[in-house]
Design a protein around this ligand. Structure first.
Ligand code: KIV
Length: 256
């Protein structure tokens, strides 16, 4: 619908209730409970530690903070590789926790599982290009599909995702011209991250576009605010007020 209306889809990650509440009050269209929670919130080096239980827990928190908003939850590492029944159980838990859809990385070897989820009434968002759950076969967080062969495979995969019933595809870290070509040919909307301006929408990790992680630098991230600086200033002012005895004031205390 957004595509037909020419509206660019805006997505952000969310991992817990307080930021979900703020995002619910914004013009962001859709929240992703990404398995990037492992890196952003838990400080791990990759997303592989995410489990169905942990994803359901974070999904419930986001749904509590943003009731009525479109929430997509990531199917975690290997959850679509243990057969249809296991994938269906995991997706069902994520929907029971408050998601309306799940996101699945890749398609090769589990197209039937994606189709099964869709036929079971579970909307599926695909994810191609840099798929972080395959970090060890991809050799790191690097731009994908740079040669003609890999670009052709990605175009085929986008087609197969639409055939399997996916309703949208995240394209992560691929050359902008390829993302534009895939988007022009795709029957379903594309959401880019590190894929240039030619997609139907964009997603970024909340903490990245708010500048909350000063140590993370990636070419495709724009910091729209110096979140880390704001936090530092707030913490310094709080600590200084406590040390100087200016906090709490009388109005911040109970007289009786
Ligand atoms: O886990 C995540 O946050 C994601 C987005 C970066 C697309 O998959």
């Amino acid at each position: 619908m957004a595509r037909a209306a020419g509206t660019r889809i805006v997505m952000s990650t969310a991992y817990e209730a307080w930021s979900a509440r703020l995002l619910a009050d914004s013009s962001v269209h859709c929240l992703l409970v990404g398995d990037s929670v492992m890196m952003v919130v838990y400080g791990e080096a990759d997303t592989l530690g995410a489990t169905p239980e942990l994803m359901a827990r974070h999904t419930r928190a986001v749904a509590t903070g943003a009731p009525g908003r479109l929430i997509v939850a990531d199917m975690p590492f290997l959850s679509v590789r243990r057969g249809r029944a296991a994938a269906l159980d995991c997706a069902a838990d994520l929907l029971r926790a408050g998601a309306q859809a799940v996101k699945v990385e890749g398609i090769r070897g589990h197209a039937d599982v994606i189709r099964h989820l869709v036929e079971s009434g579970i909307p599926v968002m695909g994810h191609l290009g840099l798929t972080p759950q395959s970090i060890h076969t991809l050799g790191g967080h690097r731009v994908q599909a740079r040669d003609a062969g890999a670009a052709g495979r990605l175009r085929d995969d986008a087609d197969r995702l639409a055939d399997a019933g996916a309703f949208a595809i995240v394209l992560e870290c691929i050359p902008a011209p390829l993302a534009r070509t895939v988007t022009a040919a795709a029957r379903i909307p594309t959401i880019g991250i590190g894929a240039g301006a030619g997609c139907d929408g964009q997603i970024l990790v909340l903490h990245d576009f708010l500048g909350l992680n000063p140590d993370f630098h990636a070419r495709f991230v724009r910091r729209f605010v110096d979140g880390a600086g704001l936090v530092r200033r707030g913490v310094d002012r709080y600590a200084a007020a406590v040390r100087s005895g200016r906090f709490p004031a009388a109005k911040e205390a109970f007289a009786s």
